[in-house]
Write a protein that binds this ligand. Structure first.
Ligand code: NAP
Length: 313
C-alpha cells in the first residue's frame, strides 16, 4: 500500500482549502486532492461582497489564490486527480483516482456543487457556442452584443450586472415576477440602465447554426410561446444560466447517508461513516456561502484531527 496520510481533503474550493489549512497547521500529514477545476464554484464569481473583511472589491479567483498560498504555507501535499471510486469503511480509507490510489486515516469531502442546467433542448449543444455558466470566463466574448441571463437568485443578478460591463444590453429572464436575490443586489440591478427584465418567462428551446441564433421562450402565466431572434447585424447573442447548483456527491451514493443528493452531516461535520467528514456546498445546509464553507472546512478538519489522534494503533 502507498503512503497513508492522516487526512485527505477532497476538493479545493473554499471548504477544502480551509480544511487543508487547518489540517496542515495542526501538523497533520495532509493531502489535498483537487479535480480539474481549481478553486470550486467561487472562481467563476466575479465579486464577493459579503465575505467578512472584504471591504474592497474581492473576486473569487483572488480570494482562492490567497487561500491556496496559505495551504502551501501550512505544508499540505497537493495533487490534481479525478477520484473515480472510494472505500470509506475501516481504519484506512481508499480513494481511487485516474492517476493513482490515495490512502488516509480520515477524509474530508469538500467536492462542492456544479452549475445546474436549465434542461431545455439545444442547451447542451450550444454550451460554449453562446450558452455559458460562467460570466467571468465568457463575458468578453459578448462585448457589445446582447445577452440574456436566466435565474432570479443572487448569482443570476450579480453576474447579470457584471455582464453589463461588456454587453450592450443584458436581459434577465426569470420564471416568476419577483427576484429571489438579496434586496441590496436587486436595488443595484433595477438602477442599472443596461439591465432589462423579462418576468414570468422560461426558455423552452435554444436554436442555432454553429452558434446560438434564437430561442423559444414561454410566458409561464399564459403558456404562450414566442421566438426571440438575434439582432441581424450581431447574428448571435449570449445566454448565461444561473439557476442554482447540484451537489457533486455521486461518488458517495450508497456509501454515506444523503438527503436529495446532499451529504448528511451532524453539526460537527461528521458523516454517517466514522472518519469521514464533509464540508461546504455538498452537505445538507441552509446557507451556501464562502463564509459558511470555510467554517465547515475548519470544523471538519479539526474533527478529523481529533479522530486521527484517537485512533487506536
Ligand atoms: P438560487 O438562490 O438557488 O437561485 C436559483 C434561481 O434560479 C432562482 O431564482 C430560481 O427560481 C431559478 N431557477 C431554478 N431552476 C430553474 C429552472 N429550471 N428554470 C428557470 N429558473 C430556475 O441559486 P444561486 O443564485 O446560484 O445561489 C446559490 C446560493 O449561493 C444561494 O444561497 C445564494 O444566496 C448564494 N450566493 C450568494 C452570493 C452573494 O451573496 N454575493 C452570490 C452568489 C450566490 P425561483 O426563484 O423561482 O425558485
Amino acid at each position: 500500500m502507498d503512503k497513508v496520510y492522516d487526512i485527505i481533503v477532497l476538493g479545493a474550493g473554499p471548504a477544502g482549502l480551509a480544511a487543508a489549512s487547518y489540517a496542515g497547521r495542526a501538523r497533520m500529514d495532509t493531502l489535498l486532492i483537487e479535480g480539474t477545476k481549481d478553486g470550486g464554484q467561487i472562481v467563476i464569481t466575479n465579486e464577493i461582497e459579503n465575505y467578512p473583511g472584504s471591504l474592497e472589491e474581492e473576486s473569487g479567483p483572488s480570494l482562492i489564490a490567497r487561500m491556496t498560498k496559505q495551504v502551501e504555507k501550512f505544508g499540505a501535499d497537493r495533487v490534481t486527480d479525478t477520484i473515480v471510486d472510494v472505500e470509506l469503511e475501516g481504519k484506512v480509507k481508499h480513494l481511487k483516482g485516474n492517476h493513482g490510489d490515495y490512502y488516509a486515516k480520515a477524509v474530508v469531502i469538500a467536492t462542492g456543487a456544479s452549475p445546474r442546467p436549465i434542461g431545455c433542448p439545444g442547451e447542451k449543444e450550444f454550451t460554449g457556442k453562446g450558452v455559458s455558466y460562467c460570466a467571468t470566463c465568457d463575458a468578453n466574448f459578448f462585448e457589445d452584443f446582447e445577452v440574456y441571463v436566466v435565474g432570479g437568485g443572487d448569482s443570476a443578478v450579480e453576474e447579470a450586472m457584471y455582464l453589463t460591463k461588456f454587453a450592450r444590453k443584458v436581459t434577465l429572464i426569470h420564471r416568476r415576477d419577483e427576484l429571489r436575490a438579496a434586496k441590496s443586489i436587486q436595488e443595484k440591478a433595477f438602477a442599472n440602465p443596461k439591465m432589462a427584465f423579462m418576468w414570468n418567462t422560461t426558455i423552452e428551446e435554444i436554436k442555432g447554426d454553429g452558434v446560438v441564433t434564437s430561442m423559444i421562450v414561454k410566458d409561464t402565466k399564459t403558456g404562450e410561446t414566442r421566438e426571440i431572434e438575434a439582432d441581424e447585424e450581431d447574428g448571435t447573442f449570449g445566454i448565461f444560466v444561473f439557476v442554482g447548483f447540484d451537489p457533486k456527491s455521486q461518488l458517495f451514493e450508497g456509501k454515506l447517508e444523503m438527503e436529495n443528493r446532499y451529504i448528511v452531516t451532524d453539526k460537527y461535520m461528521h458523516t454517517s461513516v466514522p472518519g469521514v467528514f464533509a464540508a461546504g456546498d455538498v452537505i445538507v445546509k441552509h446557507l451556501r456561502q464562502v463564509v459558511t464553507a470555510c467554517g465547515d472546512g475548519a470544523v471538519a478538519a479539526t474533527e478529523a484531527q481529533h479522530y486521527v489522534e484517537n485512533l487506536a494503533d
